[in-house]
Design a protein around this ligand. Structure first.
Ligand SMILES: Nc1nc2c(c(=O)[nH]1)N[C@H]1C(S)=C(S)[C@@H](COP(=O)(O)O)O[C@H]1N2
Ligand SMILES: [Mo]
Length: 316
């Protein structure tokens, strides 16, 4: 068989399309590798047709990283995931994360409080690949091809009420598998949040894969949030709960040290961390140092979110 069946994390059964239809589309797609399905027909296309000719999920050409993709080995072996320990070398320990079955609960100000299995979620979204820059507050950075879907789609599935102002993401706690949870000076679980407007911005992303593979546990498998314009700690891994609220949440790092890790945490080279400069960043892999960009270089897409928030501490 010529068509590669997408793996379960990429393609839910119900989205499978008649093979002949896929074949016809493939002929057209041959000339347009990398174009999103939306460009070739709109909403009638099922997720299956978002495939590039090689069977992979199509790359969204809207987001050009302007940098080399970080070697997979570096992006998957140098991590922050404090539930597994506070070193960068937690990837062997993280293999203990139990990722199947996985579900996400929607709570708070929602018309439809419910728990959705990951397969169910994937059945209701269209997957794409985005190559995005990631900038940790510690001044290292990587560039990764993620597979996933817009964060606005996760919000849609959660059906927030009109009065909801914030979205809170809570990540997994598996005490038997996560030695870091024993560190009682942290206030587990790991919580992060954003405004409803931020969650609706097209740059917000939910990743279920990276480098064309399922998202590994150390990078937040099976499902994580990505805010490419914010410092990396805002991007909660291994998400199990989404809560809609009208109160600004206090996030995990903010609780620990608000002066260093605030709510907004937008990348800005001109606003130093209290203990170090944010002017440059080190690229994982090459080790090269490059200038940091405001909003991590995504200002065109996100700066308008902040024009009426001049009194807020937007950058630390
Ligand atoms: N649950 C959870 N999510 C988390 C973290 C964490 O410790 N626990 N670390 C954050 C930080 S500080 C960064 S920089 C990124 C790192 O993601 P990566 O390991 O995929 O590079 O994950 C973020 N999400
Ligand atoms: Mo980070």
């Amino acid at each position: 068989m010529l068509i590669k069946i997408r793996r379960s994390w990429e393609l839910p059964e119900s989205a499978a399309t008649a093979e002949s239809l896929v074949m016809n589309r493939r002929k057209g797609l041959g000339l347009m590798a990398g174009l999103g399905a939306g460009l070739i027909g709109g909403s009638v296309l099922s997720p299956a047709l978002a495939q590039a000719p090689d069977g992979a999920v199509a790359r969204n050409p809207r987001f050009q990283p302007g940098r080399d993709v970080t070697p997979e080995k570096d992006a998957t072996t140098y991590n922050n995931f404090y539930e597994f320990g506070d070193s960068k070398g937690i990837y062997p320990a993280a293999q203990k994360l139990k990722m199947d079955p996985w579900s996400v609960r929607f709570e708070g100000m929602t018309d439809q409080p419910r728990e959705m299995g990951l397969e169910d979620i994937l059945r209701q979204v269209k997957l794409e690949e985005r190559v995005l820059r990631h900038r940790c507050v510690e001044a290292w950075a990587m560039t990764v091809p993620w597979t996933g879907f817009p964060l606005s789609e996760l919000v849609r599935l959660g059906a927030p009420k009109a009065g909801a102002k914030y979205v809170v993401f809570e990540t997994a706690q598996q005490p038997g598998n996560m030695p870091g949870l024993r560190a009682i000076w942290y206030s587990w679980p790991y919580i992060e949040g954003c405004t409803i407007e931020e969650a609706g911005n097209e740059l917000g992303f939910v990743a279920t894969g990276m480098y064309g593979k399922p998202l590994p546990p150390q990078n937040g498998g099976p499902i994580r949030i990505l805010f490419p314009w914010k410092y990396g700690f805002k991007s909660g891994k291994s998400v199990v709960k989404v809560t809609f609220t009208d109160k600004r949440p206090v996030s995990f790092w903010q609780q620990l040290q608000d002066s260093e890790y605030g709510f907004w945490a937008n990348v800005n080279p001109a606003v130093p961390h209290p203990r170090w400069s944010q002017a440059t960043e080190r690229l994982l892999g090459s080790g090269e140092r490059v200038p940091t960009q405001i909003f991590n270089g995504y200002g065109d897409t996100v700066a308008s979110l902040y024009t009426n928030l001049q009194n807020e501490r937007l950058y630390a």
